[in-house]
Each structure stands twice: as structure tokens, then as C-alpha cells.
Design a protein around this ligand. Structure first.
Ligand SMILES: [Ca+2]
Ligand SMILES: [Ca+2]
Ligand SMILES: [Ca+2]
Length: 446
């Protein structure tokens, strides 16, 4: 029985740990400029000390509720509308107070430096005789000094003008009831940039917008261009938005932000990332370590030269002759190449009867010499079912849509209708006929 309970406890711990990890990750991924924060999140413990007493005041102030118990007067929770603010931002803060029947003094204080007790300012105070839980909300502007700031909700049965009470902390000796509950938050300056340009990959010199580039130079070396921005703060993550494929897309910038530089290298030979003629770079976007975001302007752009037309260097058939039998399998192969990359190879085939079909070849899009192919499979729709001369016109298209064409002829053997049709029903019949003919020839020679 004891083992069972122990085992169950371990499981409960495991499940609790799993959820803590799960939710702490979710909390981390939320925007701290818009996500509410509580006293509970500041200390990772409940601030309703009637349930769980602990010191939840930052600095020299003692945050423990003076008298324990659920129904005793205390600050139950503190809420603010974000955990990060820009200098001068308005902060929206709520204190949840619980009091008994007597006259109670309530306060809200603010300190722009969590490392000092000297900077406290009184934001709000009130004397009340409300006897139930009630919320008090205030809006004030945060100070412009960067760092961790504190706000504090105080409930006290003694007025804090009393000599025995320090200004920003209720720990009076005259009253048995008081509570100080704190919440902290970050004030961070805006993220700004002082450099935004295209630069020469080798020399680092600025490049003005609107220049035209080849993917490779005359020696075949890849053309690279840098897109760079420099920021006033340490960068946490960054990404770039460009329309190199004709569609605006984001690309992650690798996280070596030395000297607060965010740099993205455009590899112009990458035809899957750059395959239109005019390419705009809308912005680099960056987050600092407090998740403050900004982006560069204006849009920069450059032109990509269309390059040369794709090349069809050869074509051949399998079986090796382009003269073949009706209803058979025939594969057309072609060797193609391009300076950028092949996006499609197709052929228009015209039958002796003048009907025509489009054949879509399959192959490798790499720019170097590649073999693409199309198989006439007699079990499929497009078959070689007429005797005579067929014209096949190959069309090769590069990733810019630049096309090249080449026409070839295919002669299809006449066979008897019976031979042709039987072949469709019995693959391998041809082999039998050839074997029989060979045997007859050998017999005849003997
Ligand atoms: Ca407290
Ligand atoms: Ca409390
Ligand atoms: Ca090309």
C-alpha cells in the first residue's frame, strides 16, 4: 500500500513537472509588451499569504502578511498589463485588497530601480471601510530609466504617515494587520537602427538600389550581395523579408549578431530563392533581448539578369532505335542544361493522324547537364498506336521561363493489327516470336 502511494506521488510529480515545463515555455513565447503579469508570476508563489505566507516584497521591506489565515486583511493579488514597457509608457495596474470591518489604509507605490529603496513614489492612497474583496486600478507612466522597476500594493490598519512606518513599506508596530505585495517589470528603450543597406560582399561598400546582377561572374563564381542593418542594442533574433520568388517571404538571419549587426547574404545562384527579375528587400526585422521589435525602411531592390536560354545537347531513345513497334514501351531521353536551372521539359507529340498530346518529362532541375525523360507506357493513355511518322517537339524552360525548342521525328513500325494487339495483352510475346524465328533460322541453316 505504501509503495502504491509512493508510486502515485511520483506520477503526480511527473505530470506536474510536465505541465510546469509546458506552460513555462508558452509563457516565454508570449509577447511581454502585451501579456499581463501578476505578483504570483513575479515570485512564482501565491501572493495571497493567507494560503502560503512568504516575503513577496523586493528590497528591505518585509513582504510577509502580518497575520496569517484566509480571512485576514491582506493584498491578495497584483496585476499589470505587461511585463515590459518602453520609457514613458502608461502602465495599467490593479491591486486586489481583502479587509476586515475596521478602517483600512490602502496604498500603491512605484520604484524605478529595483536595486535601491530610495526612489519610491506614492502613486495612490485611500482610506476605506469596505468590508469585502475589492479591486483598485490605477494608470501611471513608467520612468524612462532602463532596468527593472517595482510597483507595490499595501494594505494597513495604521496610517502610513505614522513615524513607526517607513514611507513605502507597511511593517508598522501599531497595527497587527498589514501586507506588502510587489510586482516587477522591465523598462527598455526602443530598438533603433543606424545602418540599412545592400553592401558589396567582398569590400563591404554600399550598393545603391536598382543595380542589375548576373548569378555568376564571367569566371563562373557565384555572385553574393549582403543586406545589413546595425542596431542600438543586443539582438535576440532577426529575419529578412524579400520577394525573390515573386512572393514576399521571411528568411531567418543566423544569430551571430556581432556588434549588433544583422546580416543576410544573398546567394544569387540559388534559383529556388531568387527566380524573378526584380527583387525587393522589404526589411530586416529584429527583436532585442526584451522582445522589443523594429524593422528597417525603405525597401531596397536589385535586378537579376535573365541569363541565357536553356540548351538541349542531345536526345535518344530506348530501345536504341527511334523505330519501334506499336503498343510498346518507348522512352525518350534528352540532355539539357542551363545557367540557372531547368524548371520543366515537355514535348508536343503529333501523331500521323495529326492529333497531338503534351508529354511532361521528369528529371533533375540542377543547372548542370541533366537527363530528363518521358516513357510511353502502352498501359497508359498516351501510346504509340498508329503506324507512321510522329513529330516530337521538345521544349526546355529555365527557372526564369526562358525557353528553347528542338524537333525530332519518330518512325513507328507497322506490324499486323493482330501482332500489335496481342502484344498489349501478353507482354513478352515479342520475345517468343524472336526466339521462334531464331530457332527456325538455325534449323534452316543446318
Ligand atoms: Ca505580502
Ligand atoms: Ca498578499
Ligand atoms: Ca537560363
Amino acid at each position: 500500500m505504501y509503495t502504491m502511494i509512493k508510486f502515485r506521488k511520483i506520477w503526480i510529480l511527473f505530470v506536474v513537472a510536465f505541465y510546469i515545463i509546458l506552460f513555462s515555455n508558452i509563457a516565454f513565447s508570449e509577447d511581454p509588451f502585451t501579456t499581463w503579469k501578476t505578483c504570483f508570476q513575479t515570485f512564482n508563489e501565491t501572493c495571497n499569504e493567507g494560503l502560503d505566507p512568504f516575503d513577496n516584497a523586493i528590497g528591505s521591506c518585509v513582504g510577509n502578511q502580518s497575520v496569517g489565515g484566509l480571512d485576514n486583511p491582506n493584498v491578495q493579488e497584483v496585476y499589470i498589463n505587461a511585463s515590459s514597457f518602453f520609457p514613458g509608457d502608461a502602465i495599467n495596474m490593479t491591486c486586489q485588497f481583502l479587509r476586515g470591518g475596521a478602517t483600512t489604509y490602502e496604498y500603491i507605490w512605484y520604484n524605478n530601480d529595483s536595486t535601491s529603496d530610495n526612489n519610491w513614489i506614492k502613486i495612490w492612497n485611500n482610506t476605506t471601510s469596505e468590508s469585502f474583496t475589492h479591486n483598485v486600478s490605477v494608470v501611471f507612466n513608467v520612468n524612462s530609466s532602463e532596468g527593472t522597476h517595482i510597483a507595490r500594493c499595501i494594505l494597513s490598519y495604521a496610517s502610513m504617515g505614522n513615524a513607526s512606518i517607513s514611507g513605502s513599506c507597511a511593517n508598522n508596530t501599531e497595527s497587527s494587520y498589514y501586507d506588502n505585495d510587489d510586482i516587477n517589470f522591465t523598462v527598455t528603450g526602443h530598438l533603433v537602427y543606424d545602418f540599412w543597406n545592400l553592401t558589396n560582399y567582398t569590400t563591404g561598400e554600399n550598393i545603391s538600389s536598382g543595380q542589375t546582377y548576373n548569378r555568376n561572374d564571367s569566371s563562373g563564381n557565384i555572385t553574393y550581395i549582403n543586406v545589413s542593418a546595425r542596431w542600438n542594442k543586443t539582438i535576440n533574433n532577426a529575419w529578412i523579408e524579400h520577394n525573390g520568388t515573386g512572393i514576399w517571404r521571411n528568411y531567418t538571419i543566423n544569430s551571430t549578431f556581432l556588434g549588433n549587426w544583422t546580416n543576410y547574404t544573398l546567394n544569387l545562384s540559388n534559383s529556388s530563392e531568387f527566380n524573378v527579375e526584380t527583387i525587393g528587400i522589404r526589411a530586416i526585422y529584429a527583436n532585442d533581448t526584451f522582445w522589443a521589435t523594429n524593422n528597417t525602411t525603405p525597401l531596397l531592390y536589385f535586378n537579376l539578369s535573365i541569363g541565357s536560354a536553356p540548351n538541349i545537347s542531345s536526345y535518344w531513345f530506348s530501345p536504341s532505335s527511334n523505330r519501334t513497334n506499336l503498343y510498346t514501351n518507348l522512352t525518350i531521353y534528352t540532355n539539357v542544361s542551363d545557367d540557372v536551372g531547368i524548371s520543366a521539359v515537355s514535348a508536343n507529340i503529333t501523331y500521323p493522324s495529326n492529333i497531338s498530346f503534351i508529354l511532361n518529362f521528369t528529371g533533375d532541375p540542377s543547372p548542370v547537364n541533366q537527363t530528363w525523360s518521358y516513357i510511353f507506357n502502352y498501359t497508359e493513355n498516351i501510346t504509340l498506336n498508329e503506324t507512321g511518322n510522329y513529330t516530337v517537339t521538345l521544349t526546355v524552360t529555365d527557372s526564369f521561363g526562358f525557353k528553347n525548342q528542338n524537333s525530332i521525328n519518330v518512325n513507328i513500325y507497322a506490324k499486323t493489327t493482330n501482332e500489335g494487339k496481342s502484344n498489349t495483352q501478353t507482354p513478352g510475346f515479342d520475345v517468343f516470336v524472336v526466339l521462334l524465328a531464331t530457332m527456325l533460322l538455325i534449323i534452316k541453316k543446318k
